[in-house]
Design a protein around this ligand. Structure first.
Ligand SMILES: NC(=O)c1ccc[n+]([C@@H]2O[C@H](COP(=O)([O-])OP(=O)(O)OC[C@H]3O[C@@H](n4cnc5c(N)ncnc54)[C@H](OP(=O)(O)O)[C@@H]3O)[C@@H](O)[C@H]2O)c1
Length: 257
């Protein structure tokens, strides 16, 4: 039966068609939650993260839930690892419908005490990795775009990329860069059916914010399920629609994001 756009809840492909995704930073927090949702929606998912043991645990968990996943331990700040991760995905699944560039690190410091190594780590992980993943995935994304006009790339920015934060200045700059790069990708690749979205959350209850939880209770933070819901919503959009950016605010955030 012909597919009807107006009745579809998931526009990438019918549930019984093959589809595949890469999620970076998939061993923890937001990435793990989104990888699970994509797996549950019928995607074969390549899980990418840095520390092999932690990645192995996430992989075992998702496999135990019956999901089709593979894992690639890779440092997204290392170009050869990005090339290897994209190639491993291509070899295993042969297509790419959703790319989620989520891996990230935040290291706070006053600007006068900036350590070059820590700055470079944040730039390489949070920002430089993203154009590299686009480049290495472009042929697969282009094929998916030609097939269903709805290849989706989700880039993890932050509210700190919209409102620069003191002591998190380099982190803020990397996330601002993600927002700008996402805008450029929509202009450059939109006509190919490749749509990009930057996610800009305030504090999310994940291991990344553990250091803050005495000051900002976990219960007052954004939940990973909020991010999952947004990514699921992006998958349900028809090919003629792109949402370039989504901000997630906490209602009583005050001066903290
Ligand atoms: N939590 C928040 O409040 C918040 C708010 C706004 C935006 N974000 C962004 O959301 C993303 C996910 O963060 P999260 O809160 O889910 O944190 P998380 O639980 O600490 O997860 C971070 C993930 O990124 C991976 N990762 C870090 N550096 C990597 C590298 N060089 N190569 C490959 N993987 C790497 C980690 O794997 P390893 O542990 O193996 O390194 C882990 O899987 C990040 O980009 C973060 O900046 C978070």
């Amino acid at each position: 039966m012909a597919r009807d756009a107006r009745r579809s809840h998931d526009w990438i492909a019918p549930m019984d068609s093959p589809r595949a995704a890469i999620v970076t930073g998939a061993s923890s927090g937001i990435g793990l939650a989104v990888a699970r949702m994509l797996g549950e929606r019928g995607h074969a998912v390549t899980l990418v993260a840095r520390r092999p043991e932690k990645l192995e645990a996430a992989y075992a968990q998702l496999r135990g839930e019956g999901l089709e996943v593979q894992r690639v331990a890779a440092d997204v700040g290392d170009e050869s690892d990005v090339v290897r991760a994209a190639a491993a995905h291509r070899d295993a699944y042969g297509r790419l419908d959703v790319l989620m560039n989520n891996a990230g690190v935040g290291i706070g410091s006053p600007i006068g005490e900036l350590k070059t190594k820590r700055m470079d780590l944040q730039l390489a992980t949070n920002l430089r990795s993203i154009p590299l993943f686009y480049r290495e995935s472009l042929a697969m994304l282009t094929a998916a775009g030609a097939e269903h006009r709805n290849a989706r790339v989700v880039n993890m920015a932050s509210l700190a990329g919209k409102q620069g934060q003191p002591w998190l200045s380099v982190y803020s700059a990397t996330k601002s860069g993600v927002v700008g790069f996402t805008q450029a990708m929509n202009k450059e690749l939109g006509a190919l059916g490749i749509k990009s979205t930057a996610l800009c959350p305030g504090f999310v209850d994940t291991p990344m914010t553990d250091f803050l939880k005495r000051q900002v209770p976990a219960g007052s933070m954004i939940h990973t399920s909020d991010i999952v819901a947004a990514v699921a919503m992006l998958l349900s959009l028809t090919p003629g629609c792109v949402i370039p950016e989504i901000a997630f605010e906490r209602p009583a955030a005050g001066s903290l994001v």
